[in-house]
Write a protein that binds this ligand. Structure first.
Ligand code: C2E
Ligand code: MG
Ligand code: MG
Ligand code: MG
Length: 288
C-alpha cells in the first residue's frame, strides 16, 4: 500500500489516474472501430510557392468522434502507435490520400495540387513490406507516384540508416518524394543528409515562430536554407503565420510555405474551394 510505504515514497497512484486509464482504454476501443465507422477524416493544408500560388498540400488526420467531436492527431496517434492501430490507420491515410490525388489530377486543380504529402509513422515505415504496400495502393487507385510525398521525422532516419536508405531508394525509383518533417528538432547528425535520397526538408514551426524576433532562430533558419540549397533539397517552412515571417523566409531564399497565414488544414470540400478560389483570383489578376 502506498501509505505504508511512507511519505517520501514515490506515489504510484493518485486520484484521477484510474479515470485517465479508463479514458485511454475507451479511446483504444473507439479507435479500433473508427475506420469501420467512417470517423477518420483527412484534412488538407495548402502549400504555397514564391508567387503566392498553391503548389501542393499536406494531408492531416482528424478523428470525428461521435461524443467528443473533432480530435487532433497529437491526442490519438500516440495511442494508435502503442496499440499497433497505426498500421491500419496509416494504410487508410495512404489509400484516402491517393484517391484524392487521382481525383485532383484530372480536374482544374491538377496543376495547383501537383504534390500531396502524408505523414508516416516510424513503426509504419519500419514494416518490411511498407514500400510494397505503398506501390499496391498507388496501383489500386491509379495514382501517379510523382504526385505523392511521404513525410518522415528525423527519428525514423537515424533509427536505422541502412534500412531507411534502402526504403528511400525504392521510393525514389518510382518517383515518390520524401520529406523530413519537423527538421531541426531531432538529434540527427547532418552527415545522413547527403547519404540519403531525400527531396524536401520541412523547417519546424518552432524555428519559424520567433524568426523575426530571435536572432538565433533566424540564423538557424538561414543555415538550414543554405544547406538545403547546397545539397539540392527543396525547403518548406512550416507554421508561417505572419507577413513578417513570410518576408524573412522569402528574403532568405525559402520559396515554399505552409501555415495559418495562408490557410489552416481544411476539410476536403472547403480545401477544394480554397484552391479553386486561389486559381480564380490569379486568373483575374492576370486579366486586369
Ligand atoms: P506535422 O506533420 O508537423 O503537421 C503540422 C502541424 O502543424 C499540423 O498539426 C498543422 O495543423 C499545424 N500547423 C500548420 N500550420 C500552422 C500554423 O501556422 N500555426 C500553428 N500553430 N500550427 C500550424 P496537426 O494537424 O494537429 O498534426 C499534428 C501532428 O500529427 C503532425 O505534425 C503529424 O506529426 C501528426 N499527424 C497528422 N496526421 C497524421 C497521419 O495521418 N499519420 C501520422 N502518423 N501522423 C499524423
Ligand atoms: Mg507533416
Ligand atoms: Mg511538421
Ligand atoms: Mg509535428
Amino acid at each position: 500500500q502506498a501509505k505504508a510505504a511512507g511519505r517520501n515514497a514515490i506515489c504510484f497512484f493518485r486520484p484521477g489516474m484510474q479515470a485517465e486509464a479508463d479514458k485511454r482504454l475507451d479511446m483504444e476501443k473507439d479507435l479500433r472501430l473508427a475506420i469501420a465507422r467512417d470517423q477518420l477524416k483527412l484534412f488538407f493544408q495548402a502549400q504555397i510557392d514564391e508567387n503566392g500560388e498553391v503548389c501542393g498540400a499536406e494531408g492531416l488526420l482528424r478523428w470525428e468522434h461521435p461524443q467528443y467531436g473533432l480530435i487532433a492527431p497529437d491526442r490519438f496517434i500516440p495511442v494508435a502507435e502503442e496499440t499497433g492501430l497505426i498500421l491500419p490507420i496509416g494504410e487508410w491515410v495512404l489509400q484516402t490520400a491517393c484517391e484524392y490525388i487521382t481525383k485532383w489530377s484530372k480536374g482544374e486543380l491538377s496543376q495547383s495540387l501537383s504534390h500531396i504529402a502524408v505523414n508516416v509513422s516510424p513503426w509504419q515505415f519500419r514494416q518490411p513490406d511498407f514500400p510494397l504496400q505503398v506501390e499496391k495502393i498507388l496501383a489500386r487507385t491509379g495514382t501517379d507516384p510523382r504526385r505523392l510525398g511521404l513525410e518522415l521525422t528525423e527519428g525514423v532516419v537515424i533509427d536505422n540508416v541502412a534500412d531507411t536508405a534502402d526504403k528511400m531508394a525504392s521510393f525514389k525509383a518510382i518517383g515518390v518524394k520524401i520529406s523530413i518533417d519537423d527538421f531541426g528538432t531531432g538529434y540527427s547528425s547532418l552527415s545522413y543528409l547527403k547519404k540519403l535520397p531525400l527531396d524536401i526538408l520541412k523547417i519546424d514551426r518552432s524555428f519559424i515562430e520567433e524568426v523575426t524576433v530571435d536572432e538565433s532562430n533566424a540564423a538557424i533558419v538561414g543555415t538550414i536554407i543554405a544547406m538545403a540549397d547546397h545539397l539540392g533539397l527543396e525547403v518548406i517552412a512550416e507554421g508561417v503565420e505572419t507577413q513578417e515571417q513570410l518576408e524573412f523566409l522569402y528574403n532568405s531564399g525559402c520559396k515554399r510555405y505552409q501555415g495559418y497565414f495562408f490557410s489552416k488544414p481544411l476539410p476536403v470540400e472547403q480545401f477544394e474551394l480554397f484552391v479553386s478560389d486561389s486559381i480564380r483570383r490569379r486568373l483575374s489578376n492576370c486579366e486586369s
